[in-house]
Design a protein around this ligand. Structure first.
Ligand code: BGC
Length: 744
């Protein structure tokens, strides 16, 4: 019976199999026919048009070939780091990668196909070079590596503002000044995209804290948004960026990624952005709102869209989103065959050289009593190397901006190579008092860790403390040994109460795989330092504009970082407020607390604040020393004729010291009689100048007078009052020996 049944079943199965086979054959013949028919009609639509504007019409035609399901899938693609292709139409899969300092290798992404990737210095270091040329070289090198591996979209550069020194992600951004950040962004975008890669401007907008980034509501007024936070995005858009990523936070009460007033209104309407927009990873909660907002792609997998699929499938909103995605990919040339250029891959040395030259001009000498440059051969006795970053080989911030690199070296290793065998280099995590006292030289390499635990790490998992985890160690070193050199490896400013006692202080940012060698060369004087701080370092965190100077009593303890940044719980969640991270689940079930972050300082951010309030920072914005000296003289201010005339500030810059060096000359303007409260000085021009020992150059910095205005909230437009404007030129925001003015 059993056998019989089996036989029958087998027979039936065989019969069914035959029928199924015939059906399948017919179907696949049909599919083959339709595939070739479709691909034939789709193929010309995938070609990059000579004029990007023609991509819109091509995208509409291509869209017409897609089923409603396929359109929906494009907008909610479940390929986390990319957009799944549609093989039947010959539409290839598009790959994304993090992030701004190179390619982060991740599981399940295209970047996994790399054997290794170059760890460039962090973007904050790039900003510290004050060099548009280096921004170009840096992005070009990253673009080359991406093209080599066939990755289309870089999820960077990041350009949120350095509002809080404690923000865990400042290393991924470009400092506190919108003018400086904008110059980096525009060059970065142009160079990256010249390689055929898309830049993604992120995170749009108001994501200036990592504390509760998924649960904070940035309250930013219109003028501040326009003067401080939008300009880098505008610069990137004007440079032709193909993509923008919206942020996790709410802006003035709505999640940025599903806010029609923000995405359709500001980004697409006002800033004229017409290409791909995507959300940050799990950052929108209402699929219907999202689809109506002007945003195109919900990352990583369209959780909100899928929840509302029944309402959205086949809708004009999904069509608009899918068309925008297709349009961008067509215009950028992502659907062209042979996108990957593996022949570029072996140029590792060239890319590492770019990384190195950025470090050489980024590392910033903050203080020096003459101990630097070191003469390694002259050091007699023990050299003590300590600090929690001494043995660290990955000189990078953590989280999605982390790039591991290859052939990396720790500062301790670089120090061992720097000193001759006669100087005994001892590396000690916890040196004894005796070791510190008896050393001929103490080299401390302090910083933060990679993770976000206990506010000791810099990454996208939280904010960190203003006080270094090694603060007590540094205090002990400077107290016990006057020859203590502190080289900070961090993404921003820290408390430096120990500064007056330190022999020298260097800010080395995160240098990536070439960071330790570059730092060794600065310490030994092989490289003459020329980096300038792209942010102010406050003496106390309480001095800073983002500190909770107006903090209302909140349900969290005053030592909690939320209180420190002036965050007040707007809505109490079930789980209590004293949590460092809070993630919504995919089904939107977790109740999270939303904290209001009031940008009460308005446009008075960074040095604008310290200057206006007459607070002396530890080290001001734009500051950085050299092993030579520079002097400024003979300022002459003119304006070229005509309505589009430019202000020309011409002056002499002399290298009065004994060695060659670079100086970054900076120009700040202020409106003499403003009609609204305005910062006393704002950066409007700069130039990096290379001077031989004893050389003098005549330098001209050009300023567009239209950039001297303010955002007028009555007309919702830029306004330039006629009248007198001060023009100050010098070596930092606080050292401006040349002073003049112009009537506009
Ligand atoms: C980060 C983004 C990043 C994304 C993908 C998010 O958590 O905020 O900057 O691009 O993850 O890794």
């Amino acid at each position: 019976m059993k056998t019989h049944t089996t036989h029958r079943t087998t027979h039936h199965t065989t019969h069914r199999n035959h029928t199924a086979l015939i059906a399948a054959l017919c179907l696949s013949a049909l599919q083959l026919f339709s595939l070739s028919a479709f691909s034939q009609s789709a193929a010309p639509l995938l070609k990059r048009p000579a004029n990007p504007a023609d991509a819109a019409a091509q995208a509409q035609k291509l869209l017409a070939l897609l089923t409603p399901e396929e359109r929906f899938d494009l907008t909610s693609s479940s390929y986390s780091f990319g957009i799944t292709g549609i093989p039947r139409l010959g539409i290839p899969t598009i790959h994304f990668t993090d992030a701004s300092a190179g390619i982060r290798i991740i599981k399940g992404g295209q970047s996994e196909h790399y054997e290794k990737t170059t760890a460039f210095p962090c973007p904050l270091a790039l900003a510290a070079t004050w060099s548009p040329e280096l921004a170009t070289a840096y992005a070009d090198a990253i673009g080359e590596e991406m093209r080599a591996g066939g990755i289309h979209v870089l999820l960077g550069p990041g350009m949120c503002g350095y509002r809080l020194s404690v923000c865990g992600r400042n290393f991924e951004y470009l400092g506190e000044d919108p003018f400086l950040a904008s110059r980096v962004v525009e060059n970065y975008v142009r160079a990256l995209q010249a390689r055929g890669i898309a830049a993604t401007l992120k995170h749009f907008i108001g994501n200036e804290t990592e504390f509760y980034r998924r649960g904070s509501n940035s309250i930013i007024d219109e003028r501040t948004l326009h003067e401080i936070y939008l300009p880098p995005f505008k610069a990137g858009i004007d440079a032709g960026a193909w993509a923008v990523m919206t942020s996790y936070n709410q802006l003035n009460g709505e999640w940025a990624g599903q806010d029609a007033a923000l995405v359709n209104g500001v980004l697409r309407g006002q800033l004229g952005f017409q290409w791909l927009t995507m959300t940050d990873w799990t950052s929108v909660w209402d699929g219907v709102k999202f689809a109506a907002s002007g945003n195109d792609l919900e990352k990583p997998a369209g959780f909100a869209l899928r929840r509302d699929k029944a309402k959205l499938l086949g809708s004009p909103q999904i069509d608009r989103m899918a068309a925008s995605i297709l349009k961008t990919c067509i215009a950028a040339g992502f659907y062209e065959p042979n996108f990957a250029k593996p022949e570029l891959m072996p140029r590792w040395a060239e890319r590492a050289a770019v990384a190195r030259s950025v470090n050489d001009r980024a590392i910033t000498l903050l203080q020096n009593n003459g101990v630097l440059p070191l003469d390694p051969a002259a050091v007699k006795g023990a050299v003590l190397v300590t600090g929690n970053c001494a043995n660290r080989t990955e000189l990078a911030g953590g989280g999605s901006g982390h790039v591991k690199g290859y052939d990396s070296k720790s500062p301790a290793q670089a120090m061992k190579e720097l000193f001759p065998a006669s100087a005994q280099v001892t590396v000690a995590d916890a040196p004894t008092d005796e070791q510190i006292k008896t050393a001929a030289l103490v080299l401390v390499f302090p910083g933060f860790t990679l993770g976000g635990k206990n506010y000791e790490g810099e990454s996208d998992t939280g904010n960190r403390s203003f006080v270094l985890p090694d603060d007590a160690l540094i205090r002990r070193c400077v107290a016990l040994n006057p020859k203590t050199v502190v080289s900070l490896i961090a993404g921003g400013g820290v408390e430096m109460d120990w500064a007056p006692q330190a022999a020298a202080i260097v800010h080395a940012y995160y240098g990536g795989q070439t960071g330790a060698d570059a730092l060794a060369d600065v310490l030994s004087g092989k490289t003459n330092p020329s980096g300038k701080l792209p942010f102010s370092i406050e003496k106390k965190f309480a001095d800073a504009p983002g500190y909770g100077y107006d903090a209302k009593p909140c349900e969290i303890s005053s030592s909690h970082p939320a209180a420190m940044v002036g965050a007040t719980p707007a809505k109490a969640g079930k789980k209590g407020n004293d949590k460092t991270h809070s993630f919504m689940t995919r089904d939107n079930k977790t109740i999270i607390d939303v904290y209001a972050i009031h940008y009460k300082e308005g446009v008075f951010t960074g040095y604008r604040w310290y200057d206006d309030k007459n607070i002396e920072p530890r080290f001001p914005f734009g500051f950085g020393l050299s092993y030579t000296q520079f002097s400024y003289s003979d300022l002459n201010i003119t304006k070229t004729p005509g309505p589009a005339g430019k202000i020309l500030a011409t002056f002499k810059l002399a290298n009065t010291g004994a060695r060659a060096g670079d100086e970054v000359a900076q120009l700040y303007t202020g409106e003499a009689n403003p009609t609204v409260p305005r910062p006393p000085r704002e950066l409007k021009g700069f130039q990096r100048v290379t001077l031989a020992a004893g050389e003098t150059k005549t330098v001209t910095i050009e300023v567009d007078p239209n950039t001297l205005g303010f955002w007028d909230v009555t007309t919702h437009a830029w306004k330039l009052n006629p009248g007198k404007y001060t023009i100050n030129v010098g070596s930092s925001s606080r050292d401006l020996p040349l002073r003049g003015s112009i009537e506009l």
